[in-house]
Design a protein around this ligand. Structure first.
Ligand code: ADP
Ligand code: MG
Length: 725
């Protein structure tokens, strides 16, 4: 296939469609494998066929007309012919009417009266009205029957199967001739029964009709097994390469040693002044631990140790910190930050939304500012909505290094932001960020690569972690802080709104606060708004004397902050909101969460939302209110989701079920490329190939590096760059 720099406009529609699908190189085409197959190798008698059957038969055209009623169509009468024993053609007498709503003059020519044709399609009708066939595929009767099953490829608008099939077969042919499928897996490591790649690929494009169609379709056939093994191996090798490349990078050793020097300095000064030596000589990390109002859980202490070990190395950390909502990731991040600051480097914390970033800011300022101030350092805040002057001042302290910690939204990765010495990047709710954004942060340091810690409340099920995130080290907080009461979850129909409102009243009377979440439908912000404002009004009317606030995505950020502030400070009883509170908001006094149209939310979203309550000591509840709509019925997946929510509170279990309901394709927003990478392997059935690939990847890379690289580039080509993100 031409990957030439011909301008796009000179390309035909199907060529453009091929490009759009990323089918540029011969190898891409050859590895574009069929979705399913059609058996066109056999004929079946029309006379013996039943309604609904898909058949292929020979016929002679009796008449052809263009009719105009009820709409313009080509109407062709044919009579079946069958091959007699002397292989001459004999008419069988069974008649059939075939119709086309879309047709070209060439079709009229092929179907001229008296022509013999081979037709393939679904039989309809019968009886008195006679059999009919809509839009059958048409070949001249002279065209020999195919000898292999006909592949049907995944395609897109403007790319007909026939065109795609030709392109694929041409690409395949060239690949086979040029040896593009040469083996990259040395014989000794090939699993028993593993087909050679070249044989497997060719077979899948042109399978012998004797093969079990079932084995092809459920991908259990050895040819498919080879491709699954092949792509899982490519995934493992590419991630290992990325990991090793990172190990080549130099990162600052964040061993807290600077604070030792500082301590000595300060000791001298303190000796002169003779005051408060104890507190001021301690590292900021130690001081932070002392001022925390709680003791770290065992799980928190363990992950802190894992992180500190990484930070002390001179290769960059690349670690995911996962822990259920409310498991206390923030304080772990804060300790990583102080370790970095103690070592004389700056730390940046990025959060996906302004509200969340501001919450972090306040929390971290509260903890760290007093400690930093003693060293002449500060915490800087960067956001898109801040005033120019303030922003300028923040940029300046960031550049001079006075800001030991910089907290913000995407604003922290903009070009104007210059760090003096960035040592650690913390990313909260990492799945919310795209790959490109993470890349941008990595570019900040010129000579040293900062350590990276990503946090996520959506735990990755083990198989996914082993496959998509094989290059990432993972720390898991698998324990909630003590004193949390489980959140009772109720699933009810929205017919019982009044009951829910009285429940709210009861909570308010106990001095608790309540969240009421309305769905956010991206295509229709107007509807959302009506939904949220109507609910807001309804609750105001039903709860006189209660402060009911409204928070939605279209509000100016200043107003949003005021609303959040009132709620956080306990001045507001009920907060009606679209999903803006989804991640990270921490108001321990809130004890009831009502989610309206719960059937429209994804499972992990529901889990995140529910995590907003049950953060304090009070017994908490989550009401999932669903509307069964006009059909009066919930979809199966909606029902599965709501059931999962009612049955479990364990984030890992939720993630596992989510994976089961949705499949890995949708599991990660951020790692699109990684997801696209596994086109054939299915982690729920192909664990053995994943294990095989994980074992083999380091061996290949060490002992047969050329083969390993060849293997990866064959599968991933230009997608490789993204994996490094
Ligand atoms: P998440 O992991 O969802 O980001 P947070 O860091 O926001 O969780 O912590 C949730 C709440 O738990 C916060 O109010 C935090 O101060 C509190 N918390 C964190 N660690 C502990 C602990 N070890 N003991 C008691 N409370 C804790
Ligand atoms: Mg958090």
């Amino acid at each position: 296939m031409a990957t030439s720099d011909k301008s796009k406009s000179t390309l035909s529609v199907p060529q453009k469609a091929l490009m759009k699908m990323g089918l540029l190189r011969d190898i891409d085409l050859a590895l574009h494998l069929p979705l399913r197959y059609e058996d066109e190798t056999k004929l079946k008698s029309l006379a013996l066929s039943r309604e609904g059957e898909n058949i292929q038969f020979l016929a002679v055209v009796k008449s052809i007309d263009v009719a105009f009623k009820p709409r313009r169509q080509l109407v062709v009468q044919v009579e079946e012919i069958i091959v007699s024993s002397e292989s001459s053609l004999v008419t069988a007498g069974e008649l059939c009417t075939i119709r086309f709503f879309n047709f070209y003059p060439s079709l009229q020519k092929t179907l001229a009266a008296g022509q013999r044709v081979r037709l393939r399609g679904e039989v309809r009708g019968g009886g008195l009205m006679g059999k009919t066939m809509m839009h059958p595929s048409v070949h001249s009767a002279q065209t020999p029957l195919p000898e292999v099953l006909t592949p049907v490829y995944p395609t897109t608008a403007g790319l007909p199967q026939a065109y795609l099939r030709r392109a694929v077969l041409t690409g395949l042919d060239r690949c086979v001739r040029l040896g593009a499928f040469s083996e990259t897996i040395p014989q000794t490591f090939a699993a028993p029964g593993l087909w050679p790649l070249s044989k497997a690929v060719q077979f899948l494009h042109e399978p012998d009709p004797s093969v079990s169609v079932y084995e092809l379709e459920d991908k259990s056939h050895p040819a498919w097994q080879r491709l699954k093994a092949e792509e899982l191996l490519a995934q493992q090798i590419s991630q290992l390469i990325a990991k090793r490349e990172r190990l080549e990078l130099r990162a600052p050793k964040l061993d807290g040693s600077l604070s030792l020097d500082l301590m000595r300095e300060e000791l001298k000064n303190d000796a002169l002044i003779g005051t408060q030596a104890d507190i001021s000589i301690a590292s900021i990390t130690k001081q932070l631990l002392e001022i925390l109002p709680f003791k770290l859980t065992n799980a928190q202490s363990r992950v802190v140790q894992e992180i500190l070990v990484d930070l002390k190395k001179d290769t960059p950390m690349y670690r995911l910190l996962q822990g259920d909502v409310g498991s206390g990731k923030t304080v772990v991040a804060a300790i990583a930050a102080t370790q970095c600051i103690d070592s004389g480097f700056q730390c940046v914390l990025m959060a996906p939304t302004e509200i969340l970033a501001e919450q972090h800011f306040k929390k971290l300022v509260g903890w760290l500012s007093p400690l930093l101030e003693k060293r002449g350092l500060c915490v800087a805040w960067l956001s898109g909505s801040q005033k120019k002057k303030e922003r300028q001042a923040m940029l300046e302290v960031t550049q001079t290094g006075q800001a030991a910690l910089v907290v913000g939204t995407h604003a922290v990765i903009q070009d104007q932001v210059k760090f003096k010495s960035l040592g650690l990047v913390l990313i909260d709710e990492q799945h919310r960020f795209g790959v490109a954004q993470r890349l941008a942060l990595k570019d900040k340091l010129i000579d040293l690569e900062p350590h990276l810690l990503m946090m996520s409340a959506t735990p990755i099920p083990r198989t996914l972690a082993m496959s998509y995130y094989a290059d990432l080290d993972v720390s898991t907080i698998d324990e909630l802080p003590p004193g949390r009461t489980p959140v009772i979850t109720k699933v009810i129909t929205d017919q019982r709104r009044a009951q829910v409102i009285s429940r709210i009243e009861a909570q308010l009377q106990l001095g608790r606060q309540v969240y009421w979440v309305c769905p956010l439908i991206e295509e229709s912000e107007a509807i959302d708004l009506t939904n949220a404002t109507q609910t807001h009004q309804l609750l105001r009317d039903s709860l006189p004397g209660v402060v009911v606030g409204l928070l939605h995505s279209k509000m100016p950020i200043i107003e949003k902050k005021e609303v959040m502030k009132a709620f956080t400070e306990g001045k507001m009883g009920v907060l009606v909101s679209t999903t803006v509170i989804e991640v990270g908001v921490d108001v321990p006094n809130a004890s009831l969460m009502v989610i309206e149209h719960a059937e429209r939310f994804g499972l992990s979203q529901l889990h995140q939302l529910r995590g907003r309550v049950g953060r304090g000591a009070a017994a908490s509840a989550c009401v999932l209110m669903y509307s069964s709509g006009e059909s009066g019925k919930l979809s199966q997946t909606a029902r599965d989701r709501l059931r999962a929510m009612a049955e479990t509170q364990d984030g890992f279990e939720i993630a596992r079920r989510d994976l089961e309901i949705r499949g890995p394709g949708e599991f990660f927003g951020a790692r699109q490329s990684g997801t696209a990478m596994l086109r054939f392997a299915d982690l729920s059935t192909d664990q053995k190939w994943l294990d095989w690939a994980r074992n083999l990847a380091p061996i290949l890379l060490d002992q047969f590096p050329t083969l390993a690289h060849q293997h990866v580039s064959r599968w991933l080509g230009n997608k490789l760059e993204y994996l490094k993100a």
